[in-house]
Design a protein around this ligand. Structure first.
Ligand SMILES: [Mn+2]
Length: 324
């Protein structure tokens, strides 16, 4: 198990080493990208060497971050992670570092304690929020580029300050960032939340067409198969946010998205609007996450996976699946 350390201890740790590899989870989202690269740029500002390692390509929309990044060459690195709850999420290309993580910075209460030291705040909206406060409390550098990175993760993990995890602190940090660093927030917002590729729009159309409600209309399930991806030409990294589509339907309190990752292997994303703890449901399938956003992996075909998921959700909602 990890030793829990404070933000100031984490800042001290970051000052005390020279070369860093920063691990983030595969299928990187805004918080993984923002916290990983934000921390990387801060370490470089401190005169350290640092690279971010991710098993998957970084989605194109984060180009405003990636255009500032070149990998550096160095040896003997100290391995740290951000936004990584479990080393199982590392993916193939970085899984060899799983047992060597010195410091994890995370906001998932489900963090498995894989790192020697852990900064964990389950109340924080995002890993970016924690990285920001570590940098602030440790008086470490924050420049407009670092601020843009950290703003990104706070925005994406709070769904633009809409989700339950949004706190006064999120708004305070956003305010500090806008006041002190003059980041181009309007253009970042448009890039993150408004602009979609034509392929993604076509994929959304297909997903919406296949969207069905169950359990008295309280549960909605959407599926994205490999053939949907092929027909529309959408790339895997363009799937971010698809998981929120089933929740758009009035009356739905659990939204499920079934994404085929490889033939017969499905990533399940669950979202809930009310007091239903979807992380509890996902844990039954070996997954985890937050109360209102969680995930797991299931094998089979779309229909059998759909049934498995429904069978797990129905009792939690107090509905008999066979009568619904
Ligand atoms: Mn996160």
């Amino acid at each position: 198990m990890s030793e829990n350390i404070s933000y100031t201890e984490a800042a001290k740790f970051l000052k005390s080493h020279d070369n860093y590899y920063i691990l983030i989870h595969s299928s990187p989202d805004g918080d993984a990208v923002g916290s990983g690269y934000g921390l990387c740029f801060a370490l470089r500002e401190m005169g350290k060497k640092a690279n971010v390692l991710c098993s998957d390509p970084i989605p194109e929309k984060y180009e405003y971050i990636m255009k500032e990044y070149e990998p550096q060459k160095f040896a003997n690195s100290c391995i740290i992670s951000t936004d990584l709850a479990d080393t199982k999420l590392l993916g193939k290309a970085t899984s060899m570092y799983a047992d060597f993580v010195e410091l994890a910075i995370d906001h998932h209460i489900s963090n498995t304690g894989f790192a020697k030291k852990l900064v964990l705040d389950g109340q924080a909206s995002s890993a970016c929020e924690i990285v920001y406060d570590i940098l602030k409390q440790g008086e470490l550098p924050i420049n407009p580029l670092i601020a843009s990175c950290l703003f990104t993760g706070i925005e994406t993990d709070t769904g633009c300050f809409k989700f339950e995890c949004t706190t006064p602190r999120c708004h305070e940090i956003a305010a500090e960032i806008i006041r002190d660093h003059h980041i181009p927030f309007a253009s970042i917002n448009r890039t993150l939340f408004d602009i979609k590729s034509l392929e993604r729009i076509k994929l959304e159309q297909r997903v919406m067409e296949g969207l069905r409600t169950y359990l008295d209309g309280k549960c909605a399930i959407a599926a994205v198969t490999l053939s949907d991806m092929e027909i529309t030409g959408a790339a895997q990294e363009e799937l971010e946010g698809v998981a929120s589509l089933p929740m758009c339907i009035k009356g739905v309190s659990v939204g499920v998205t079934i994404k085929e990752k490889e033939p017969g292997k499905f990533k399940i994303s669950m979202r809930s609007a009310e007091d239903i703890d979807v992380s509890e449901i996902c844990r039954k399938f070996g997954g985890g996450g937050h109360i209102r956003a969680a995930g797991c992996t299931l094998e089979g075909d779309v229909d059998s996976v759909r049934l498995k998921v429904l069978a797990a959700i129905a009792p939690v909602m107090g509905i008999d699946l066979w009568l619904a």
